[in-house]
Design a protein around this ligand. Structure first.
Ligand code: NBP
Length: 479
């Protein structure tokens, strides 16, 4: 037994993580259900480090140092349970199984509990950064026991991305905490991408810019406070022309977005937790709606708004307004994500360091951005920070942005351009800052038809009004 870590499941992610461990000096046992993948890995990349290929489960387990550390990188869902079921009988107390797949955090909680009874540590770990990140340094979000992190942490931190010398990996919390946080990361990623897409469409249809010009605008934005991986690659995609037709790439791609499930899980879970992640939800629904061909056919051609073109100098001013709207909406979307992590932690008993989450997302993952360092710093300055908007600089930026943000949303409405994530973010901002919400009327209606009772603003207690009996005094119901 000589391998410090074993990786089973050698498709793109597993193969690249195995290479990353090997390149960092670890001896890596490698295994795949179909042995051809194992052989291909060793043939192609064997020179990169120390690999111990194994074709049987027994040989694989025998190759691992104790306590054994085994990383599963197979398709999420049923295959993960199957692989756990195959390996568990071959392991012993103290061994560690890491699941780096995109598991649902409730599955991770179930698996962790089952394996804990056998004395095996189960570490559900979010891994973000795709194929490239897996090879060169992903952002890693491990859950599981503190005891397992003491052993695995240094290894995972070593292969993770690093920003300012800090690893993009930290122990998130027990059982499913890592997969929960990875899920929210993906939800935020959905919102970020939708906001970027809305900004692009506004610049194109209102600003009158061509995709290549918009690429230049994004390049410029990437030098400022919006600087991020997603803004950077947006410029690349917009600048790309189709080799066959010479048209902008964005004009030859069908406008129907796909979603693999993590966005959906975020929205479903948010409803269960009562977390108002409205920008993430709108981003998810926008993808879903874009793919509803029949519905779109039924609505197509219905009257929209006005469509006069802006003059160049007006377009330039509009571009600056869109930057403000994009930034403000992004702050809201991220704040919603952090609120959801806080809510999940409270519900499931996880002690999550909210600043550390921002720290490990600064590199390696898809939403990596300079902006995350500011979120990290805000939490470092005030560990009890209830919202980004409770921090002075974010609050001041949103105060500056709010007029242009409103103008952009208003222009979009006038012109009939859908901006579900921009407008949901603005509505969220207005909802939370308002002194009075029409929720009072909702409570009245609920009491009217369902005797659901209400709380008064002027005295304690729950009350019900006898709507069908005018003149009868309201009844206090909690005594
Ligand atoms: P896939 O999700 O495409 O899974 C393919 C791997 O699963 C192969 O090694 C395959 O073995 C193995 N497998 C399957 Br399918 N069923 C199995 C079973 N019943 N028993 C044993 N092995 C089985 O690979 P991936 O794209 O590398 O992703 C791996 C995990 O990482 C997934 O959970 C994914 O959600 C997650 N993830 C992916 C990305 C990404 O950018 N792709 C990013 C972050 C996380 P075979 O070779 O014998 O068919």
């Amino acid at each position: 037994a000589s391998a410090q870590i074993g990786v089973t499941g050698l498709a793109v992610m597993g193969r690249n993580l195995a290479r990353n461990f090997a390149r960092n000096g670890y001896t890596v046992a490698v295994h795949n259900r179909t042995p051809a993948r194992t052989r291909a890995l060793v043939e192609e990349f064997g020179h990169e480090g120390a690999f111990v290929p194994a074709e049987s489960l027994q040989d694989f387990v025998a190759a691992l140092e104790r306590p054994r550390r085994l990383l599963i990188m197979v398709k999420a869902g049923g295959p993960t349970d199957e692989v756990i079921g195959e390996f568990a009988p071959l392991l012993e107390a103290g061994d560690m199984i890491i699941d780096g797949g995109n598991a649902h955090f409730l599955d991770t909680r179930r698996r962790e509990q089952g394996l804990r009874e056998l004395g095996i540590h189960f570490v559900g770990s979010g891994v973000s950064g795709g194929e490239e990140g897996a090879l060169h340094g992903p952002s890693i979000m491990p859950g599981g026991s503190a005891e397992s992190y003491a052993v695995l942490g240094p290894m995972l931190e070593k292969i993770s991305a690093h920003v300012d010398g800090d690893p993009c990996c930290t122990h998130i919390g027990t059982d499913g905490a890592g997969h929960f946080v990875k899920m929210v990361h993906n939800g935020i990623e959905y919102a970020d991408m939708q906001l970027i897409a809305e900004a692009y469409q506004l610049l194109r249809e209102v600003g009158g810019y061509a995709p290549a010009e918009i690429a230049e605008i994004f390049r410029r934005w990437n030098k400022g406070r919006l600087s991020s991986y997603l803004i950077e690659i947006t410029a690349e995609v917009l600048a790309h022309t189709d080799a066959d037709t010479g048209k902008p790439f964005v004009d030859i791609v069908q406008d129907a977005a796909e979603q693999k499930g993590t966005g959906r899980w975020t929205v479903q879970t948010a409803l269960d937790l009562g977390s108002p992640v409205t920008a993430i939800a709108q981003a998810t629904f926008a993808r879903v709606a874009s793919s509803r061909a029949q519905l779109r056919a039924a609505y197509r051609g219905l009257p929209g708004g006005t469509d006069q073109e802006l003059r160049r100098h007006e377009a330039e001013r509009f571009t600056e307004q869109v930057e403000q709207a994009l930034y403000a909406s992004k702050v809201i979307a991220y704040d919603q994500g952090w609120t959801m992590i806080r809510d999940g932690a409270a519900e499931y008993g996880w002690d999550i360091d909210l600043g550390a989450v921002a720290r490990i997302w600064r590199g390696g993952c898809i939403i990596r951005a300079a902006f995350l360092d500011r979120i990290r710093a805000a939490h470092a300055a005030d560990p009890g920070l209830a919202s980004l908007l409770a921090e002075d600089t974010f609050a001041a930026e949103l105060a500056d942005a709010q007029v242009p943000w409103r103008e952009v949303v208003a222009v979009a409405a006038h012109r009939g351009i859908p901006v579900p994530a921009f407008s949901a973010s603005l509505a969220f901002y207005d909802t939370l800052r308002s002194a009075h919400l029409p929720a009072a009327l909702i409570q009245g209606l609920r009491d009217f038809f369902g005797a659901h009772t209400y709380h008064r603003t002027d005295r304690p207690g729950s009350y019900h009004t006898h709507w069908a009996e005018p003149g009868r005094p309201e009844t206090r119901t909690d005594q």
